[in-house]
Ligand binder design. Structure first.
Ligand code: FCB
Length: 443
């Protein structure tokens, strides 16, 4: 994989001191960003002013986030651990409901907290990647209609303006929205996340439009205020295969779902046109509002067509124990499908901006599986880079075991294990092996 000449073998008169395998290793580009990610509601604890907290209290999910990892008070020692693992980048999110707990009321102490978080990262030579919105809305905003209300664009703009006053000088990498399309699916079609609407297709499209327009506004705002900022979204990419490859309707559903789920949002921000083929298209205020692409990748789903209207074309998921699943399943039942990562690195290269992997990880209690997962996915990253894809970093999900939304605490995603009864941390062996990859900058 490496263009370097092979080292000759021991006993060879030209033998070098390098072990024979070293020359076959893949070297990542210089300055590659290595690290992990978290999000506020999943790790901070006590985020009682957002819509997810209310959702949990209403018993909509089996477990409540509670104190989570108490990262709110432990961020410094958690970053010490990240540093000891050689991380040079870290992704985290700001909790809007802490910064603006009531409409128009700003909690300066919360902003000061996040300023300290950024300073703590810089002190440890860790590059911050800041997410402005990671699934949770302040309850007051949710009560006004949340994402269904077009005013959210202005509310978000005002929140981010305030954030930039204090935090702007401390970060270069900014993510406006995390996984907007996932949020729309879970919140407006499947009903599993707030606001819990089911098959509300027209509303889902309206929400999507508000999300796109919000990104465009925030993109301009950040650029106006932070010289040299790199702005993007974190895009969830889901590999898709037909339930029955011999059925044209399943193959067709893979294409429709693939466009809606994996491309529509990026394409809209890139071209300035929101396009749902055969249904409608709409122009956004401006094109090219992605300086890079944040890629979140986990798994593959199988799709079965269920009709010729839009919902039917999007199809049903047929993934559980699918006969064609070639990989292992993780603890939440998702297939391990590393090839998908290289596939999306290549597909997203078409947008001609650098790609930063902003999430990739595995919920598992078997840490050997985590290392296997990490190795196999980094191998795919290496392949894509060797093919010319401009991938600038890899942020593993997650630094810590954490609150996995509707799945609660059973999915253990952490490089660092958290004992939720005592808040003790233990670095997992896979994290040390990852640290070794980082140290050598090669695989
Ligand atoms: C992504 C989310 C992240 C985490 C992982 C497992 O969809 O962005 O918060 O829950 O999945």
């Amino acid at each position: 994989m490496d263009a370097q000449p092979r080292t000759s073998y021991r006993g060879d008169p030209r033998a070098s001191t390098e072990p024979p395998s070293a020359a076959a290793n893949f070297r990542f580009p210089q300055g590659f960003l290595w690290g992990a990610g978290t999000s506020a509601h999943q790790v901070e604890g006590g985020n009682h002013q957002n819509d997810w907290w209310a959702w949990e209290q209403a018993g909509k999910v089996p477990e409540r986030s509670g104190l989570a990892c108490d990262h709110w008070s432990r961020f410094r020692s958690d970053f010490d651990l990240a540093r000891s693992l050689g991380h040079n980048a870290h992704r985290f999110s700001l909790e809007w409901s802490r910064i603006e707990p009531e409409e128009g009321y700003w909690d300066d102490a919360a902003l000061e907290h996040y300023r300290n978080v950024l300073i703590a990262l810089h002190e440890r030579h860790i590059e911050p990647v800041v997410t402005l919105f990671h699934f949770t809305l302040p309850q007051w905003m949710a009560a006004r209609g949340g994402w269904e209300d077009p005013r959210i664009e202005r509310y978000l703009e005002r929140y981010v303006g305030r954030v930039l006053d204090v935090l702007g000088p401390h970060a270069r990498w900014w993510i406006t929205l995390n996984e907007p399309v996932v949020q729309v699916f879970k919140g407006w079609l499947l009903g599993q996340w707030p606001p819990g609407r089911v098959r509300a297709w027209p509303t889902a499209l309206r929400v999507l439009r508000h999300m796109l327009r919000s990104h465009v506004r925030l993109y301009h705002l950040i650029h106006a205020r932070v010289p040299g900022a790199h702005v993007s979204i974190a895009k969830h990419a889901l590999a898709l295969s037909p339930d029955d490859p011999s059925r044209w309707r399943d193959r067709w559903s893979v294409r429709v779902r693939g466009h809606l789920f994996n491309h529509l949002f990026l394409e809209a921000l890139h071209t300035g046109v929101l396009r749902v083929p055969g249904l409608f298209w709409e122009r956004l205020p401006i094109a090219r509002t992605l300086d890079w692409i944040g890629l979140n990748y986990y798994t593959r789903d199988f799709v079965r067509n269920s009709g010729l209207g839009l919902p039917g074309l999007v199809g049903e998921l047929a993934s559980r124990d699918h006969r064609q699943q070639r990989g292992k399943l993780n603890d939440l039942g998702w297939e391990i499908f590393p090839e998908g990562l290289a596939q999306f690195l290549r597909e997203y290269a078409r947008y001609r901006v650098p790609i930063l992997i902003t999430e990739n990880g595995i919920p598992t209690r078997r840490d050997d599986d985590r290392w296997m997962f990490l190795f196999m996915h980094l191998w795919q990253v290496a392949r894509a880079i060797a093919d010319g894809v401009d991938c600038v970093g890899y942020l593993h999900w997650s630094l810590l075991d954490n609150f996995e939304w509707a799945d609660g605490y059973r999915g253990r995603f952490g490089l660092i294990e958290v004992d939720f009864a005592t808040q003790e941390r233990r670095i997992r062996p896979s994290a040390w092996r990852y640290a070794e990859v980082i140290r050598r900058n090669e695989l």
